[in-house]
Ligand binder design. Structure first.
Ligand SMILES: Nc1ncnc2c1ncn2[C@@H]1O[C@H](COP(=O)(O)OP(=O)(O)O)[C@@H](O)[C@H]1O
Ligand SMILES: [Mg+2]
Length: 141
């Protein structure tokens, strides 16, 4: 027991290196965790969660990176049939920019997150910030 309220079966927390490899690992960890929770790799929920984590982790290791510092992944089964995804990075000095007209090169990530999630946002932390997103666990059908 780690003294937290949530049991390990409802939540995954992992520190990862702020590298492309760390970002790929975040995606794979979420895919595996969701499969363990009953959403197989081919399911819509698993696929959606992987896309969202991939975008948030890519942003953490590019825009949110501080050399030598890790980023942190957290996924949890939340109430009301939603999956909560959190990606925390150590940069507190750079706000996110929501680009409404992507130029094809950049600005698509957060639009994708907006389309795939029921809600997302940014929370300040003592060091850096947490970008969170919530995915519906109900298939769209
Ligand atoms: N974790 C982050 N830390 C700091 N800035 C971020 C972060 N995520 C996104 N941003 C800012 O928001 C912009 C939009 O993000 P996104 O839509 O993913 O586009 P892209 O990553 O292709 O530039 C980024 O260009 C960057 O300026
Ligand atoms: Mg991006």
């Amino acid at each position: 027991m780690n003294g937290e309220i949530s049991t390990p079966t409802q939540e995954l927390t992992q520190r990862l290196s702020a590298t492309p490899r760390g970002a790929r690992l975040a995606r794979r960890l979420v895919a595996q965790q969701l499969a363990d929770w009953g959403y197989p790799h081919e399911s819509e929920v698993n696929d959606t969660a992987q896309h969202v984590v991939a975008e948030l982790a890519a942003n953490a290791v590019t825009h949110g990176r501080v050399p030598g510092r890790d980023f942190e992944l957290r996924v949890a089964l939340a109430a009301e049939g939603t999956l909560r995804i959190e990606v925390s990075d150590p940069r507190g000095d750079r706000p996110l920019r929501f680009v409404t007209e992507p130029d094809g090169e950049s600005g698509r990530g957060l639009i994708l997150v907006t389309l795939l999630c029921v809600a997302w946002g940014v929370a300040e932390r003592q060091v850096g910030k947490t970008v969170w997103a919530e995915v519906s666990l109900k298939e769209r059908g």
